[in-house]
Design a binder for this molecule. Structure first.
Ligand SMILES: [Zn+2]
Ligand SMILES: [Zn+2]
Length: 327
């Protein structure tokens, strides 16, 4: 079974999707869980998105065929790293595969995880201690890990503000808190902000103080969150921008960034397989130590279940469950 993008959202189809040219040599993985990302939400509701595409890039599954690799084999639980950097461009050669202009990805250039079966290159399979849905968060957590590397010296920062209380905001807040910072989360819906704070060991932002560092973790067709990050960061501080702003131009108040001499760093995804600083691998290792149940909600692989979860304020991260969900 798989869910295909069509003119009016998702359609459930019985059978196996067409993997096309990509996938012939790649390893078959039976999908157990696939997280629903903000970018999936965006494409679901974009009338110009490619019909027939199978979205989903946050896959946990089980290797479904013998692999002569030594690292993983049939029956092993794995997280599938969605990004395939080229490995040879200037960025890749400098361990900045997050900036590879030639990379392709699961759920975009190849069949994604809204399918009971996916195919991925063997180097993109990361062995897991168990087949658990928490590892569906490896992709957003890898972005958070990359965001932290935007800060030159976190050890001299006393406090930090995370603007955004979604999955990315909550994960980033927790990483900053584990680094010893006093962390506040700014969000718009009290219930969701509280949930992010409880998960992260942070407090809701009171709206009136400044911080040494800030992370913008919302993006979209608005600039308020960027302005908040600029206005609430102390002089000489650093702002990491992880949100995706799809418009080329947005009216935004940027003067505070100049006045305060802020260092503003764009964080574009993360470093993956083959990179000397593999954010995805580090995210998988960290998740084995965390419970993410406060953030994750399992949903059935049905179009309505996914749509409903995306609109539900009680849900931070919907995870589509192809497996029973009893792990
Ligand atoms: Zn994602
Ligand atoms: Zn490259």
């Amino acid at each position: 079974v798989y869910l295909e993008l069509s003119a009016d959202g998702l359609t459930r189809v019985d059978g196996v999707p067409d993997f096309g040219a990509r996938g012939g040599d790649d390893v078959r993985v039976e999908t157990a869980y696939c997280g629903v990302c903000g970018s999936d939400r965006h494409r679901l509701r974009d009338p110009e998105a490619a019909a027939g595409a199978v979205l989903g890039h946050e896959v946990v599954g089980v290797v479904d065929e013998p692999v002569a690799d030594g690292r993983v084999d049939r029956g092993d639980p794995v997280a599938v790293a969605p990004l395939e950097p080229c490995g040879s461009c200037r960025a890749c050669r400098r361990d900045r595969s997050d900036l590879c202009p030639n990379r392709s990805s699961l759920g975009k250039d190849r069949v994604g995880g809204f399918s009971a079966v996916v195919r991925a290159p063997v180097e993109n399979l990361y062995p897991l201690p168990d087949r658990h849905w928490r590892y569906a968060l490896a992709d957003p957590l890898a972005v958070s890990m990359n965001a932290l590397s935007a800060f030159e010296d976190l050890s001299v920062a006393a406090d930090g503000l995370v603007v955004g209380d979604g999955t990315l905001g909550a994960l980033t807040a927790r990483l900053l808190a584990e680094r010893g910072l006093e962390v506040a989360v700014a969000g718009r819906r009290e219930e969701k902000t509280e949930r992010a704070c409880t998960f992260a060991g942070a407090t809701p932002d009171a709206g009136n103080r400044s911080y040494d560092v800030a992370v913008e973790a919302v993006g979209g067709l608005q600039a308020e969150t960027l302005e908040t990050a600029f206005e609430r960061t102390r002089r000489g501080g650093t702002v990491a921008v992880t949100g995706v702003f799809p418009d080329d131009r947005l009216p935004a108040r940027v003067r505070p960034a100049f006045e305060r001499g802020l260092r503003v760093v764009g964080v574009n995804s993360y470093r993956g397989p083959g990179d000397g600083r593999d954010d995805f691998g580090r995210a998988v290792a960290r998740l084995s130590q965390w419970s993410t149940d406060a953030l994750t909600t399992l949903v059935a692989p049905s179009p309505t279940a996914i749509e409903d979860a995306l609109d539900d304020p009680r849900v931070t991260k919907p995870v589509v469950a192809f497996a029973d969900g009893d792990d």
